[in-house]
Design a protein around this ligand. Structure first.
Ligand code: FPP
Length: 245
């Protein structure tokens, strides 16, 4: 029985988030430069998008560029932005045909004009799609998202739109960039690092975490299925005890 066949459809997560890590180390191991690693990070993106669509997963969030990544050497940033544009251009038709919807989180205003325009174009072009939603986290920082939410809440409170007693998880979540998107049930991080790295700090409160030693450029559908199987074998108690579930 293949890993895919072992998956129980009813027990699949609705939302999987991935920290795609290890491109640089993968490249160094090959004796190549870091950009080569990023170039080879595009195939696994295809693989997880395709696999998620095939399995009927509703949301896939990919951490593609953090606000901290702006501190990298300029040639690496330019290469990453270039890869983003070429991938979007190459994949537009397939995404539209496969009913995939694109969303972004993060501060797109920091991106150079071309990737920003391409992202907006593809977001608009796929807005009516009803299949898998792919959420690209770009120039994203969870702390910035939370601080922005706090600013907007204070503004709305000062303007009399909300009162302190109105505040609840449901209302707070409407101020996050992920408003309307269910929390991820599963987070995958590649490359053997055990960190959250300023990613979805609020949304990951009860998420199952899965870490693999594989570097992102080596990650394939089989690795994705292995993560999903591991998730299916966990008991999610949400603070309760087994007998109460
Ligand atoms: C982390 O590896 C990876 C990134 C910062 C970039 C992710 C980008 C891609 C997978 C390529 C294209 C993406 C799309 C959406 C088209 P790292 O550079 O931090 O690796 P290291 O920790 O080994 O240095």
């Amino acid at each position: 029985m293949s890993l895919k066949e072992k998956l129980i459809k009813e027990k699949l997560p609705r939302h999987v988030a991935i920290i795609m890590d290890g491109n640089g180390r993968w490249a160094r191991r090959m004796g190549a430069n870091r950009i080569f690693g990023h170039q080879n990070g595009v195939t696994p993106v295809h693989e997880v998008v395709e696999a998620s669509g095939e399995l009927g997963i509703d949301y896939l969030t990919l951490y593609a560029f953090s606000t901290e990544n702006w501190g990298r050497p300029m040639d690496e940033i330019e290469a990453l932005m270039g890869l983003l544009v070429s991938t979007i251009k190459k994949e537009t038709r397939k995404l539209v045909e496969n009913n995939v919807k694109l969303r972004t989180i993060g501060d797109l205003s920091k991106l150079p004009d071309t990737p920003r325009r391409e992202l907006i174009r593809l977001t608009e072009e796929t807005a009516g799609n009803t299949g898998l939603t792919v959420i690209l986290a770009l120039s994203y920082s969870s702390r910035t998202e939370l601080i922005q939410a706090a600013k907007n809440i204070v503004t709305d409170a000062c303007n009399g739109k909300i009162k302190p007693e109105d505040m609840s998880c449901t209302l707070f979540e409407q101020y996050l960039e992920t408003a309307g998107i269910p929390d991820p049930e599963l987070l995958i991080r590649t490359s053997g690092e055990f960190r959250i790295s300023n990613f979805l700090l609020y949304q990951l409160a009860y998420t199952e975490l899965y870490f693999t030693q594989k570097f992102w450029p080596d990650f394939r559908k089989e690795d994705f299925y292995a993560a999903l199987l591991d998730y299916q074998n966990r008991e999610r108690r949400f603070g309760k005890i087994s007998e109460q579930l």
